[in-house]
Write a protein that binds this ligand. Structure first.
Ligand code: NDP
Ligand code: 2IT
Length: 450
């Protein structure tokens, strides 16, 4: 076939499925992007000729490795670790590390693929990567988590570096795990350098990184609402998750005068009709990061709330922020949100809504901010942490807060540039996909065939 006889979307997706058997999450993420990019590329022969989308959907490199560690009962345990380096056209690979039993190569490939577009949207020089292991930190002692992190880094260190690949946190990886991994990297290499972000304040971390993803997802929502002349104030919100992203999203919704009704974890959700105010959010943060407890314990402490199995999307609210994990909001749940009057959805998590669920939001023409735009505040502040480490400087909380709000407004603007439809409705998925793709694609064109 001549290069200009380019394949259509269906043929492209057939190829992706064939080359990635048993990897449904990766195929789903590529499909969501390819739908928009094929339309965008229709009259752009140079992208077809250079096979740009095909190249972005083929990770530059995947490293997979054995992670051995000893538990407190002296049993030898074996896990599998990965780093997926998807694309470094516009900067060093950058993206989180996830420790969760559900981690597979497919999950990490979808996350690294999404990260490539997300990082491009921030406007900062960062490529896309993701890593992790099928390790379950739940119920493990600090000493076990430390030994696991050290063993993980003993292999990972040779594949990363401040100008090569800069990991950070994600599900199951927070301040504690980043500390253990940074300590091991430094010990092996004898170098203090900004190789990880999300570090503690004492050793080069950004003052705003813990809050950045959740706050950013709310700023993105605020931008979407403002575009329609509305605001967060006076609105109710349902939020899933109770980790880093969910608690900080709840905090910012509350600060802006909204009322948060739910939080969740893998055991179920709590519904507090009185609202989850700052005092309750602080209690949840302590429960999750210090006591490492379950969200069901909330109802023992706060009598206004009830605990339910399942997910919170049937609770009526004006706004919804899925902040737990992928595919946690399906078609029926999307329909329930819409019929209960939901006006806006902002994704703190990565790909939390199924493709069918996204269609429901688009058909109903409600505001829908996809993760790669809405949750980009986290990696954006990671980018600022990288700059601070390279320059040996430190910005304060206030300055970083201004930078984060500017970054989120900038991402919103890029989405509207490419996503605004006739009649004024903004397709934020299309806007994010095209704006994110274009920068990476143009850089790749400049490099020739590599
Ligand atoms: P945390 O580990 O801090 O919290 C994860 C939360 O999601 C917990 O409440 C957890 O419940 C819940 N959860 C995880 N897996 C499942 C599951 N399979 N079913 C139901 N609930 C689940 O992670 P983060 O808050 O950092 O990450 C949440 C989401 O945000 C992820 O999709 C992540 O990729 C995304 N994200 C994170 C960023 C960051 O800066 N941290 C940046 C951008 C996106 P439980 O305790 O029961 O496991
Ligand atoms: O999904 C994500 O953007 C993250 N987990 C954060 C990545 C980062 O490098 O800060």
């Amino acid at each position: 076939m001549a290069v200009t006889d380019h394949v259509n979307l269906e043929q492209f997706m057939e190829g992706v499925k064939k080359r990635n058997p048993g990897q449904p999450e990766f195929v789903q993420a590529v499909h969501e992007v390819a739908q928009d990019i094929f339309e965008f590329m229709e009259d752009k022969v140079e992208y077809h000729e250079a096979q740009i989308l095909r190249r972005i959907a083929e990770p530059d490199r995947i490293v997979s490795f054995r992670v051995c560690w000893e538990d407190d009962n002296h049993n030898i345990r074996v896990q599998r670790g990965w780093r997926v380096q998807n694309n470094n056209a516009i900067g060093p690979y950058k993206g989180g590390i996830r420790f969760h039993p559900s981690v597979t190569e497919s999950v990490l490939k979808f996350l690294a693929f999404e990260q490539t577009f997300k990082n491009s949207l921030t406007g900062l020089p960062m490529g896309g990567g993701k890593g992790g292991a099928n390790f379950n930190p739940k119920g493990k002692s600090d000493a076990e988590v430390m030994r696991f992190c050290q063993s993980f880094m003993t292999e990972l260190y040779r594949h990363i570096g401040p100008d090569t690949d800069v990991p950070a946190g994600d599900i199951g990886v927070g301040g504690r795990e980043i500390g253990y991994m940074f300590g091991q990297y430094k010990r092996i290499t004898n170098r203090w350098e900004g190789v990880l972000t999300g570090k503690g304040q004492e050793y080069g971390g950004s003052q705003m990184r813990p809050e950045a993803t959740g706050y950013g997802a709310v700023y993105f929502l605020q931008n979407m609402l403002k575009h329609q002349g509305k605001d967060v104030e006076g609105h109710t919100a349902v939020i899933s998750g109770s980790g880093n992203v969910a608690t900080h999203a709840a905090e910012k919704i509350t600060q802006l005068g909204g009322k948060v009704l739910t939080l969740s974890d893998s055991g179920g959700f709590i519904h507090d009709p009185d609202g989850i105010d700052q005092e309750k959010i602080d209690w949840v943060k302590h429960l999750k990061t210090v006591k490492r407890g379950r969200i069901s314990e909330y109802v023992d402490e706060f009598k206004s709330a009830t605990f339910h199995e399942g997910r919170p999307w049937n609770i009526a609210a004006d706004l919804a922020l899925p902040c737990a994990t992928q595919n946690e909001l399906n078609e029926d749940e999307a329909k329930a949100l819409v019929s209960n009057g939901c006006k806006g959805v902002s994704e703190g998590a990565n790909m939390p809504t199924t493709l069918e669920g996204v269609k429901v939001f688009h058909d109903a023409k409600i505001l829908y901010g996809p993760g790669k735009a809405a949750n980009a505040g986290g990696v954006a502040v990671s980018g600022l942490e990288m700059s601070q480490n390279s320059e040996r400087i430190s910005w304060n909380h206030e300055r970083l807060g201004e930078m984060l709000t500017d970054l989120m407004s900038g991402i919103h603007e890029k989405c509207t540039e490419y996503g605004e439809q006739d009649g004024g409705y903004v397709d934020y998925v299309k806007g994010a996909n095209i704006a994110g793709f274009k920068k990476v694609a143009d850089a790749m064109l400049a490099f020739g065939v590599v």
